[in-house]
Ligand binder design. Sequence first.
Ligand SMILES: C[S@@+](CC[C@H](N)C(=O)[O-])C[C@H]1O[C@@H](n2cnc3c(N)ncnc32)[C@H](O)[C@@H]1O
Length: 365
Amino acid sequence: MVLRESEITALKEISNYVNNEATTTQIINLCNQLRSQLEDKNFAFTYAGVLLATKDRIESAIKLFELCPENAFDSVLREYLLETKSFTPAAIAFQDTLPYDVWTQTDFYKSYMMATLETVKDFAKINPPPETSKIPTIVDVGPGNGVLITEIINQLVSIYNLKNLQLVLIDKSPSMLEASEKYVQEHVPIPISFTKISCKLQEITEEQLAVIREKQPIWFINMAASVHHMPWEDKLPMLKTVRSLSNNCLLIEFPANHDRPEKNTPELVYSVSEHYRFYIQDVLNCPAPETDKKICLYNFILTEGITILSQERANRIDYHATIPEWQELAEQAGFQVVKISPTTFLNERPLTFTMQLKFALSSIE
Ligand SMILES: C[S@@+](CC[C@H](N)C(=O)[O-])C[C@H]1O[C@@H](n2cnc3c(N)ncnc32)[C@H](O)[C@@H]1O
């Protein structure tokens, strides 16, 4: 998922051509010349297509994406541009639950969930609920439709024979908060007392934190695929806030290089196209009805990808970071990184991982 320096230098020539308003034919000719310098030969077309789309040269972008029909990112983006004539996201991700409900039916999601549950089981076996609390409390950040946290709780119920639980759900999307509470209630066999906090975690207020602190000690904070929705500058204070709430945190993430590279750089476009092409292909392969697949692709997967590529960094919304970047942030926030477990892979590259974070009270600065 990383371009070599020589590839980045070669690809910058495409950016110069697009900025100087070269014709589509000139740009295609340049991409053909550059193929021999790239390991991923077709990426020159993808890169040029994205740059043209960000310049609103939609017809030209479509022509470039046509040259890589076997790449799911290029082919679905081409169809999207043909239909919408605009390189703008179709929706606000997570405003509605349906796109995420479709995604949780994919093969990838199921294997992500199964592998994640194994790492949570490892964590739970050596980290029992705090003895001081009669009713254990878990905080889940970004529960989505509630499918993953439900499986996590059911696993903990069987390991510790739990009789009841307090669950704090934090999510910026009111519809996801409602959906996750309902799903957990319907699929967990023990009584649960819910506390729902509707906010972006990086913007949580002192009043909202006080509500959570009333539930301390908190067994652990689960943050699965949710805290990549903020830039580097917000991730560090966010992790310090999390650290102040519980000694244990599970960070479950999707590694990619979408945080620090600037808009239109080869590094950012390469990471986005590699990351999302896999998820696009996975949705195309899933058994959901065609109309639902399209809603998932347009209103969730492509919405995220197009927002990252078309917006200035401040408005990118998704800022997936790499495993070493997350480790650096966690350590800077004062956590001890106990274990990093890659959970799913594509060609030996981790697609997801779990990071167990611990905070020793004695290490307060
Ligand atoms: C990809 S889903 C993850 C759902 C679930 N944890 C899972 O792994 O299946 C991301 C969730 O995080 C929520 N979210 C997005 N940005 C957030 C933020 N800044 N703070 C809290 N929640 C956020 C979304 O609304 C959504 O419910």
